[in-house]
Write a protein that binds this ligand. Structure first.
Ligand code: ZN
Length: 146
C-alpha cells in the first residue's frame, strides 16, 4: 500500500533577497522547519524507511545549513562582505527563497537516497519548508518517472 512517512527538522539561518522590494532585502534570519516526506511501500518489517535512517540521511544537510548565511551567488554585495569577513556561508546560485531552499534539500536528499548501499523503496519525495509558522513552500519529485 502506498504509504507516506515524514520527519521534521529545524535550524536557524540568515539570508536576504537583494532584489525584494520590501523588508526581505535586509539581512535577517528565520527559524526554519523542514518536513521531509517519503512515499513508498512498507517492506516485511512494516517500514517505508526506518526513521533513524531518515535522520541519518537528512541531518547532515541540516547541520551544514544551521547558523550559516545562505548566500545567493548573484548577491555581489554580500559576496564581497564574506570574502573579507569569513563566516559560515553556504552558497546557492538562485535566490534564497523558501521555494529554492526546498528544491535544494530535495535535490540533496534524492542524491543521498541514490547513494544508499542497500538501495531504497522510495518512489516519491516531498520537502516542505516553513519560513514562518504560517507560510511554507513544498516541492516534490516522483522518482519512478525519472
Ligand atoms: Zn527571509
Amino acid at each position: 500500500m502506498r504509504t507516506s512517512i515524514a520527519k521534521q527538522f529545524r535550524w536557524e539561518m540568515g539570508h536576504r533577497l537583494p532584489d525584494h522590494p520590501g523588508l526581505c532585502k535586509n539581512i535577517h534570519g528565520h527559524s526554519y522547519e523542514a518536513q521531509v516526506i517519503l512515499v513508498g511501500e512498507p517492506d516485511h518489517t512494516g517500514m517505508v524507511m526506518d526513521y533513524f535512517d531518515v535522520k541519518a540521511l537528512v541531518q547532515p544537510l541540516i547541520d551544514e545549513l544551521d547558523h550559516c548565511f545562505l548566500l545567493d551567488t548573484h548577491d555581489t554585495l554580500m559576496r564581497e562582505f564574506f570574502a573579507s569577513h569569513p563566516m559560515k556561508v553556504v552558497e546557492i546560485n538562485v535566490p534564497t527563497t523558501a521555494e529554492n531552499i526546498a528544491a535544494y534539500l530535495l535535490q540533496h536528499i534524492i542524491h543521498q537516497l541514490d547513494q544508499l548501499p542497500t538501495g531504497h523503496r522510495i518512489f516519491d519525495v516531498k520537502v516542505r519548508i516553513y519560513e514562518t509558522e504560517k507560510t511554507y513552500a513544498e516541492v516534490s519529485r516522483d522518482l519512478q518517472t525519472l
